[in-house]
Design a protein around this ligand. Structure first.
Ligand SMILES: [Ca+2]
Length: 153
């Protein structure tokens, strides 16, 4: 009986330590990518840069200009991760809407948990709980607006 309790305790501790380590590593990696992506980046609305309401830049365009808005940054962040060997299955776009301004916001979601935003890396639930954003959904990063070629660097 005591051996069973000991086994369960050791298994539980090992499992919890493994989860904490994985989460720490994943968040650290997301932060590193976010730091690289944001280095010298100037948030620029599509209306100012492209004279249109919505233009999705390729990762190369964003890397070259260091400007863009939310989806341009998300595409660039995803491209950096893909180039680094991250499997595409770990990457999603998360769609939000600001409840005050009604503006849409798109951010990269890594491993279903970490949101890479221009203001930092947030836990999915933390971001939802502390901002004015309402989550609309998640989607694969390869879309009609952002085909696979958009992520080449
Ligand atoms: Ca854009």
């Amino acid at each position: 009986m005591n051996y069973i309790k000991l086994f369960v305790a050791v298994f539980t501790i090992t499992f919890l330590v493994g989860c904490v380590s994985e989460n720490t590593i994943s968040k650290g990696y997301a932060r590193n990518i976010n730091t690289v992506a944001l280095e010298g980046f100037v948030y620029t609305q599509d209306t100012l840069k492209w004279n249109t309401n919505d233009y999705w830049q390729t990762a190369k365009e964003t890397e070259k200009s260091h400007t863009g808005d939310c989806e341009d940054l998300a595409i660039y962040q995803a491209a950096l991760m893909l180039k680094d060997g991250t499997d595409v299955s770990n990457l999603k776009f998360a769609y939000f809407r600001n409840v005050l301004t009604q503006e849409y916001h798109l951010v990269l979601l890594y491993k279903g948990r970490w949101l890479l935003d221009e203001k930092g890396v947030y836990d999915n639930s933390e971001f939802l709980g502390n901002t004015l954003f309402k989550k609309l959904g998640e989607a694969n990063i390869y879309t009609k607006r952002s085909p696979e070629s958009y992520f080449e660097l």
